[in-house]
Design a protein. Structure first.
Length: 268
């Protein structure tokens, strides 16, 4: 299948389309890592040929394969017993006016019960993500299942999407900021909205009346900006790679200083 080279942008000539970002495989792996619940679609036994969607809390193993703790009495488990083919849709956490602007990933593969000698590791990860599941994990009708990923489709937001090779997805690692990104976003949006507008003006050439940081990764961040009546997303990269909250804080402060200096020089 096509990999990251097949990704495309709605406006390939736009400046933000040319700004480097982590590859799709890494971004999809990161999204699955930070997610906790997806939509599991199985083949309906009752209505042959139709997909059956279920809310599905999931875990993730070291290769990015989603795991499920499901009951033999559940419709999706019975569907899987008849046809193991399924998909899992995971969407980027966060609220917004337009959910289509958020990232999402669809994993396609075969779902089967986890082998006895692998249950311990799967159980540990799953319960770390879903503490409430301890109340029923030992019920006799529940068991752990895992999807063997065969293909991946990733949508980064408007105009950026593509198929990812399953091996590339499995070999990728989550972004080093994945677990701390929500804190960075909250801090910047609540305390430094003026800095985000300054970044947009100096580093992206956008005079924004409003600016909200919507995502951050080791190479940079996305900002949703309002230009007059227009609302759009832009990409701004860090001057160097960051791998921790401390790194991100230091670089963002440096960028504010540089932006203010440029504005001052331009007004001199």
């Amino acid at each position: 299948m096509a990999n990251d080279a097949g990704q495309h942008a709605a406006d390939a000539a736009s400046p933000e389309a040319q700004i480097p970002e982590p590859p799709f495989a890494e971004r999809a792996r990161t999204l699955v890592h930070v997610g906790r619940t997806g939509t599991l679609s199985t083949h309906s036994r009752r209505a042959t040929g139709y997909p059956f969607g279920s809310v599905a809390p999931y875990g993730v193993d070291a290769r990015g394969r989603p795991t499920f703790l499901i009951s033999a009495m559940a419709v999706h488990t019975q569907n899987l017993a008849a046809d193991a083919r399924a998909s899992l849709l995971v969407t980027q956490p966060g609220a917004g006016d337009d959910p289509l602007a958020l990232g999402r990933v669809t994993l396609l593969g075969d779902v089967a019960r986890v082998a006895d000698d692998e249950v311990a590791a799967v159980r540990e990860d799953y319960l770390a993500r879903h503490e409430s599941a301890r109340s029923w994990v030992d019920f006799g009708d529940f068991a752990f299942y895992r999807m063997e990923v065969r293909d991946v489709y990733f949508v980064a937001g408007f105009g950026a999407m593509g198929w990812i090779d399953a091996e590339a997805y499995g070999a990728a690692e989550p972004d080093p900021l994945a677990d701390v990104a929500p804190g960075i976003l909250n801090h910047m949006n609540e305390d430094h909205a003026d800095a985000l507008q300054l970044y947009a003006r100096v580093f992206a050439g956008v005079e924004a009346s409003e600016a909200t940081m919507t995502s951050v990764d080791r190479l940079g961040f996305h900002v949703r900006v309002r230009e007059g009546e227009r609302l759009r997303g832009i990409r701004i990269n860090f001057p160097r790679e960051v791998r921790s909250t401390g790194d991100a804080r230091a670089v963002l402060v440096e960028m504010v200083r540089e932006a203010r200096q440029r504005v001052g020089n331009a007004g001199a």
